[in-house]
Design a protein around this ligand. Structure first.
Ligand code: GLV
Ligand code: MN
Ligand code: MN
Length: 426
């Protein structure tokens, strides 16, 4: 990994981190919170920001910040903030998160080259554990910052190897006893704009390179633990088993059925662990994690209740038990309309569209969760207007090594971000 000098393009910045956190088993990248790879990326970000003369800091929730502060009274104005995250899902793509971070760094170069004198501070943020890939709660850094998740709930989290968040944080010099809501920091933010690779096919189908986001589905995660009777695979007749994998499998099917039956519903079992996990062993327990999403929280909860009922019924039929626990839940978020309109106007002038390959600027809903949605829906604090820019992904695939963005589109994204930040900072 190299530290680039000020002035490289978005693709050049992505290439600088292309070898960090590659997952040789799964393919793609595994950059989990506080892992060696993620710590290297954090250091790299801080070095890149410092090389640009930005002031850097790590907040009480392990989020990274870099500030470009103008002099005089303007330094006291509320800041415009951009950024995203550097952690990944297991075996994820190169763009989900890093594209927004490197675009933010490249934008500082573009704004400086254009001679912009910002009339308020510009902040770049790297949120911690956006994917929940290690401790299970997505957007943990922004949830703690906004008070959406309490420090006690965060400190109770463990990773798949049983390490607590507090221990893992301490190992890398982060003091988890400082976790907690930071209303003063939020109060210094005028608005937040996150650029992100698109995670679906919207822009491919429309033949456009860039879009604005309209909304994010309600979503959450549930843990189901099925317990039965561990036994011998050969010596136990088929009619005397209490195999918890059976109700787990039926729950996977029930999730598919329930989500397929409604509009904008999703239910996914992406992680399932039989215990003790031997080919010739009937499992004694199965842990199953389900991600569920929908147009709003009540509809999502109703779908989860239907799946939970199917899980209980299937468990009883096999002489097993199931316990179900909600790990996190977020309501649907509609991004700030006034900010979206402002960005739309800035990006659709003839000058902004010239040479971009775009004939318009679509507005797309997404099923993916983002820190921008957590900030935009923060409870009990001044609501921060948030917006998102999406960059075309020609595979339409994300959370997979197949996720992609063409260099030209990454540059277009960086230019679009520079255009909107120029307007917001002027
Ligand atoms: C994050 O990318 C999520 O939507 O789970
Ligand atoms: Mn992301
Ligand atoms: Mn993601």
């Amino acid at each position: 990994m190299t530290t680039t000098t000020a002035g490289p393009t978005v693709p050049a910045l992505l290439r600088a981190i292309a070898d960090t956190g590659r997952d040789r088993t799964r393919g793609g990248y595994s950059r989990h919170l506080f892992s060696d790879a993620e710590m290297d990326l954090r250091e790299w970000f801080l070095a890149e920001a410092t090389a640009r003369g930005l002031e850097t800091e790590i907040d009480r929730n392990a989020n990274l910040w870099a500030w470009w502060r103008p002099g005089g009274a303007a330094a006291q104005e509320r800041a415009i903030v951009t950024g995203s995250h550097l952690d990944s899902v297991p075996g994820g793509g190169a763009f989900d998160g890093p594209l927004g971070v490197v675009s933010a760094l490249a934008t500082v170069d573009l704004l400086r080259a254009a001679g912009l004198q910002p009339r308020r501070p510009l902040g770049i943020v790297v949120f911690a554990e956006e994917e929940g890939g290690r401790f299970g709660v997505a957007c943990l850094g922004s949830r703690l910052l906004t008070g959406t998740t309490t420090p006690d709930a965060a400190l109770a989290l463990t990773d798949p190897d049983g390490n607590t968040l507090a221990e893992s944080a301490a190992r890398v010099g982060v003091d988890a006893t400082r976790f907690g809501a930071d209303p003063d920091r939020l109060d210094r933010i005028a608005c937040f704009v996150e650029l992100h690779v698109e995670q679906g096919r919207g822009l491919i189908d429309l033949g456009q390179p860039i879009a604005l986001a309209s909304s994010v589905l309600a979503h959450g995660r549930w843990h189901l633990r099925f317990t039965g009777e561990g036994n011998h695979a050969g010596a136990t007749p088929m009619d005397s088993r209490h195999d918890p994998l059976l109700p787990a499998a039926q729950t996977v099917l029930a999730a598919r059925r329930a989500a397929a039956a409604g509009e904008s519903l999703r239910a996914t079992v992406g992680r399932l662990r039989p215990h003790p996990g031997g080919t010739n062993v009937i499992a004694s327990a199965v842990d199953l994690w389900m991600d569920a999403r929908g147009p709003d929280a009540p509809v999502t909860q109703a779908m989860v209740a239907e799946i939970a009922a199917a899980a209980h019924e299937a468990a009883a039929a096999e002489g097993c038990r199931v316990e179900i626990r909600e790990e996190s839940a977020s309501g649907a978020v509609h991004f700030d309309l006034a900010l979206r309109d402002q960005l739309h106007s800035a990006l659709t002038t003839p000058a902004a569209l010239a040479g971009t390959g775009a004939t318009g600027l679509p507005v797309l809903a997404t099923g993916a969760g983002h820190d921008a949605a957590i900030l935009g829906a923060a409870p009990g604090t001044r609501r921060i207007p948030t917006a998102m820019l999406f960059v075309r992904n020609p595979t339409g695939v994300s959370h997979s090594p197949a996720e992609f963005a063409e260099d030209d589109d990454c540059e277009r994204g960086g230019t679009a971000l520079a255009t909107v930040l120029t307007q917001l900072l002027s």
